[in-house]
Structure formats: structure tokens, C-alpha cells
Design a protein around this ligand. Structure first.
Ligand code: F6R
Length: 615
């Protein structure tokens, strides 16, 4: 939610900030703005719309030569997306300027106090309250900007990653973090600030990721000085060497990031199991699990917390863990779990799944689980993300940066990590035989090639997409391991094409949704050979007799469904619990091509953001 970028150094800040905002646009894209110092004053340019709109506007509006500046791309929380509510925001004097990613929950009471003291507010944002609070502290306590930020933040409840600078001290930027991510890139006499490292990768690979409740004063001459916001303790910066490169965050010839990421899945899955899945030796090696094996083996139950697509991966994992490792699993929406006083004990293992590693509800669920002494294990994609640091141990998915807002390779790589864990526990517990274990490892190793094969149906999938692109509603059905894939298929279609879609366990259809079926209703049915095949075929018969349009996702060579369905899309055969890794592929491609045919903004669907750092 919202992307922030800043620069202080020898180069012109404008192109660096602008390019950086484009890379962070996945985090929010309803408005954008920039503030630059131009030798005497701070000048702002901001607009409703995309970073490209800002680029055109700013060039005509402000002097773009400054070497210090901050920029923002917004996902609105307080106040509608418009020019006024866009960041950056000035303080009342015009001396200070701020960008903010997060939510100040007590902004209303702070605002009332500031109004009493004569402050006026132009926008509806919580951020304008914060910058005026900082100004108020600075004036009344006669302190420097860094101290004023610190004192003000100690009065704030909520989440923030902020960058602030003062026109009277244009040689430093003050940044702070709680709950929202903030990275500082360290160059040669220049410094970069960003929500993730992508805006500064081409300039430096050295970065400091701020921890929660840390702040930094970044000065041209003195470099980065870190402190704790609460107790003012000085912190030694930990400078990381980044491994990711620029090509990984570019489109590489594909029309959209989403399509690129769908096609990256064979390699992404391989990268996920590389060094962990040793099929020949019959070993699954995962440091985070190996080091905590007793906690896993003695778990009363496993509780999985996640949101959205990651929650769907958790549902697949529930079936896999229970079937292979015979351990009870509960899968919880993090947003519900965090508020319902769940029964958790120190014998439970909580697995938090998150691509971004920044999702606010998942983070809150983790904190709750930790407060009840559960062991918390993270499955994240973004290295160094807040969730990966907040959990006791974890395993990265190693999918590479996922930039398209609709999650694709994150889903399949999350399933891969969770399957590896389930296999390892099953082996240790003896709930599967040695020969089964070996067979499963070998089959998992073949999945990337089978995903490649599933991707080859893209041309055919495009024709199917063309047939159903004007549908108003769609149903997605699956059973067992493929019920969560039906949910995921429906979510993908909804979020990027805005067509209403619902996923159901196939047998639930007759308890209500069957009433919806008529000749206008496309029904996507996952009917792979392994797992409840005959029962799903009966469900298909029920749809057919009510004139529904059937699109079957079937195992290669299937004839029975072909005879019943209007269309079939084939996926290679595999063992039952690995089928979601293959049946997901046509779901992703169908949604992608329908959205493209409808001229939707596939990588940046309306109202969404890649990383949901607010409740
Ligand atoms: C859907 C999608 C979202 C995310 C959800 C959780 O395509 O991307 O539903 O899965 O917001 O995000 P993470 O995994 O970053 O915690």
C-alpha cells in the first residue's frame, strides 16, 4: 500500500525518484507526487492518476534540477484519490514536507489538538496531521528535525514508513518505520530511500532495511545514523549485499508482468526446491525446519494464517499435511484470526504464508500467536521482509520478485515449500513409507517440466477465453486438493477482469449454487483423473442437464469429460497431491487472457495493491 522513494546525493533526484515510483507502482497507483528542493524552497507536484501523469505534469510545474527529493505513489486510505490528498504534504509553514506509507490510527484526536492550536488542513489525510504534529513539536520544543520526528512518532498509533525533509536543512532526510517497509540504499556519497530495493538496484546493491520502531537521519556528509524511536538508543546499521538484479524486475519481452510471472513458474518452482529436494539421496533439507524439527514433530496442530491467494495455498497445504503427515491443520484468514481470541498453545505450530512478507493482518496474527507462545514459521517470498524477520524460523519461496498485482508464481512456489515440509514431516513420523517418500520426491522434481507442458496449451486457452470473455458470472468447481484451486481460479478472474466468479467444492453445488446454472453460466470444473474423478464427472452431468457451459480442466488423454464438456484443457498427469501445481496454470492463463481481451489493466487492477500493509 503506497510506494515511497527518496534521494539525496550528487545526481538530479527527479529521474531517480520518477523511475523508482514506476517500479513501486504495484504498491498503489491512484495518485502520485514528488517534492524537490530547488536551492531556496521545496516545490511539489502531485496528481490523481499514474506516475506517467505525474511525469508529464511535474516537468511543466517544477524545477527538476534538485539533488534532494521524495516521491510517493498512493493507494488511498484516508481521503479519496485526488490531487490534494496525494503525497507529499507540506507542513503549515511550508518548511517541512513528508511522504507516508501506512495509517495513523489516532489521527483524528491528534488533528483536533492541532486544530485548537491554529493549524489548518488542506487534505483529508492522516499524513498531513503527522507532518504538522512534527512541525508543532519542532517549534515548541526547539529541537532539530530528527528529534521532532522522534517525539511526534512516540505520540502516534498506527503504521508508517515516512521520509521527511526541511527546506532549511536541505542536506538531510529523516526516515522512520513501523509496520510498513523501508529500505535505504547506500551509494557513493549518495543515499536512496524506498519501500523495496527495486528503485535503487541499478545504483547500489548495498542496503539497510529498517526494523520496526527504528528511524534514521540520512545526511550527505555524515551518512546514515540509526536510532530506536522509543528509547533513543543508537543502532549499528546492518548493511546487506543484495543478490537480486535488474533483469529480474523487468518485463523481459512479455506484454505484462503477470504473463511473465506465469511463464516463470517452471524455473520458480525449481528455484524453490533447489538444494532442498535431493531426490537421489532421498532427503528433504530445509534449515528452518531441520533446526526446529522437534517443534514440528510434537505439534498438537498446525495453524496456517494468511490472506488472499496465500490463504488458498494454505488450504492446499491443509490437505497435504493431513494426508501425508497426519497432523491436524487449521487454515485461518489472518484478518479473522487476529481478532477472535483463538485457542493457541505453546504446543502449536503457526505457519504464516505471505508473498510480500508485509501483509498487516498476517503480521498481526503472527504477533498474537507469539504472545501465546506458539512457534511461528514464515513462508515468504520477499527476502528480509517484516514477516520473515518477525517469525521464529522460516523458508523463503525464492520465486523472484512478483510485480503483477495478481499473485501467480507466489502461489505455486508456496505450495512447493509447504509440500516439501509435509513430506519431510511425513518421512520423520513414518506416516508414509520410504518407497512412497522416494516416489513423491521424484515426482515433485518432474513438476517444472510438467508446468512447462501445461503452459503450452496457452493458444487453446486463448480461444476458450475468447468464447467466455463476455460472461457476467462464472463458477469454478473442484474437489479435494483442487477445491482451493477453484477458489484461486475465481479470485484471479475477479481481480483482473472484474467478472463476478465464485469457487465451490464441486459437491456443494447442489446445496445452492446449482440454482444459478443456465445457458449463460460458464462453469470451470477441475476434473483430473486422480481424486474423486467419477464424482466430479457426476457433477458435470448435473451442470450439463441444466444447460450450463462446461470447461473441464482434465488429465491428458481424458475422453469421458471431453464427451460431456463444451471445452477441455489438458494438464499432464501427476500424483494427486501435486495436481494443484498443474491445474492452477490454465486458471491463471484464462483469467489473464480474458482480462487482456477486455482491455483491463492486468498488472494494476483497480482498487488493489500488491502489498496490503493496512488492515
Ligand atoms: C491475489 C493477491 C492477494 C494476496 C494477498 C496476500 O492475487 O495477490 O490476494 O495474495 O493480499 O498477500 P501476501 O501473500 O503478500 O501476504
Amino acid at each position: 500500500m503506497c510506494g515511497i522513494v527518496g534521494y539525496i546525493g550528487k545526481r538530479k533526484a527527479f529521474p531517480i525518484i520518477l523511475e523508482g515510483l514506476k517500479r513501486l507502482e504495484y504498491r498503489g497507483y491512484d495518485s502520485a507526487g514528488i517534492a524537490l528542493y530547488d536551492d531556496s524552497d521545496i516545490k511539489l507536484s502531485k496528481t490523481k492518476g499514474k506516475v506517467a501523469d505525474l511525469e508529464a505534469k511535474a516537468k511543466n510545474e517544477i524545477n527538476t534540477d534538485g539533488t534532494i527529493g521524495i516521491g510517493h505513489t498512493r493507494w488511498a486510505t484516508h481521503g479519496v484519490p485526488n490531487d490534494v490528498n496525494s503525497h507529499p504534504h507540506y507542513s503549515n509553514s511550508g518548511d517541512l514536507v513528508i511522504i507516508h506509507n501506512g495509517i495513523i490510527e489516532n489521527y483524528d484526536s491528534l488533528k483536533k489538538e492541532l486544530l485548537k492550536r491554529g493549524y489548518i488542513f488542506k487534505s483529508d489525510t492522516d499524513t498531513e496531521v503527522l507532518i504538522n504534529l512534527i512541525e508543532d513539536v519542532k517549534i515548541n520544543e526547539k529541537v532539530k528535525l530528527g528529534k521532532a520526528v522522534q517525539i511526534a512518532l512516540n505520540q502516534v498509533v498506527g503504521a508508517y514508513a515516512i521520509a521527511v525533509f526541511d527546506k532549511n536543512k536541505p542536506n538531510e532526510i529523516v526516515v522512520a518505520k513501523l509496520g510498513s517497509p523501508l529500505a535505504i540504499g547506500i551509494g557513493d556519497e549518495e543515499f536512496f530511500i524506498a519501500s523495496d530495493a527495486s528503485p535503487f538496484l541499478e545504483y547500489t546493491k548495498k542496503a539497510i532495511y529498517l526494523e520496526d520502531e527504528e528511524m534514521a537521519v540520512i545526511s550527505r556528509k555524515k551518512g546514515v545514523k540509526l536510532r530506536r524511536i522509543k528509547n533513543d538508543a543508537v543502532v549499528d546499521p546492518y548493511i546487506q549485499e543484495l543478490k537480486i538484479n535488474l533483469e529480474q524486475i523487468e518485463k523481459g519481452g512479455y506484454e505484462h508482468f503477470m504473463l511473465k510471472e506465469i511463464h516463470e513458474q517452471p524455473n520458480a518452482i525449481k528455484d524453490t526446491y533447489r538444494g532442498r529436494l535431493l531426490a537421489k539421496e532421498g532427503i528433504v533439507k530445509m534449515a528452518g525446519v531441520d533446526d526446529n524439527l522437534e517443534r514440528f514433530l510434537n505439534a498438537n496442530k498446525i495453524i496456517i494464517v494468511a490472506c488472499g491467494t496465500s490463504w488458498h495455498a494454505g488450504l492446499v497445504a491443509e490437505y497435504v499435511f493431513e494426508n501425508l503427515a497426519k497432523v491436524p491443520v487449521e487454515v485461518e484468514y489472518a484478518s479473522e484470526f487476529r481478532y477472535r481470541n483463538p485457542v493457541i498453545t505453546d504446543k502449536d505450530v503457526v505457519i504464516a504464508i505471505s508473498q510480500s512478507g508485509e501483509t498487516a493482518d498476517t503480521l498481526a496474527a503472527i504477533k498474537l500467536a507469539k504472545s501465546k507462545n506458539a512457534f511461528v514459521f514464515g513462508v515468504c517470498n520477499v527476502v528480509g521482509s517484516t514477516i520473515s524477520r518477525e517469525t521464529h524460523a522460516g523458508a523463503y519461496t525464492h520465486a523472484g520478485p512478483e510485480i503483477g498485482v495478481a499473485s501467480t508464481k507466489a502461489f505455486t512456489t508456496q505450495i512447493t515449500v509447504l509440500t516439501l515440509i509435509a513430506l519431510k514431516l511425513a518421512k520423520e513420523k513414518g506416516t508414509i513409507s520410504n518407497s512412497e517418500f522416494h516416489l513423491y520426491l521424484q515426482e515433485l522434481e518432474l513438476i517444472p517440466e510438467k508446468v512447462k507442458k501445461a503452459l503450452k496449451s496457452e493458444k487453446h486457452i486463448k480461444t476458450v477465453a475468447n468464447t467466455y470473455k463476455n460472461a457476467k458470472n462464472c463458477l469454478y468447481l473442484g474437489r479435494g486438493y483442487n477445491f482451493p484451486v477453484a477458489l484461486e481460479g475465481a479470485l484471479k478472474l475477479k481481480e483482473i477482469s472484474y467478472i463476478h466468479a465464485e469457487g465451490y467444492p464441486a459437491a456443494e453445488m447442489k446445496h445452492g449454487p446449482i440454482a444459478l446454472i443456465d445457458e449463460q453460466m460458464p462453469v470451470f470444473v477441475i476434473a483430473t483423473k486422480k481424486g474423486h474423478y467419477e464424482k466430479v464427472v457426476s457433477n458435470i452431468q448435473e451442470i450439463k442437464s441444466r444447460s450450463g457451459k462446461i470447461i473441464g480442466i482434465v488429465t491428458e488423454g481424458d475422453e469421458d469429460v471431453k464427451n460431456l464438456a463444451d471445452h477441455v484443457i489438458e494438464v499432464p498427469e501427476t500424483i494427486e497431491f501435486l495436481t494443484p501445481l498443474l491445474t492452477t496454470i490454465p486458471m491463471q492463463l484464462l483469467s489473464y487472457h480474458i482480462a487482456v481481451m477486455l482491455n483491463k489493466n492486468v498488472d494494476q487492477p483497480r482498487n488493489l495493491a500488491k502489498s496490503v500493509t493496512v488492515e
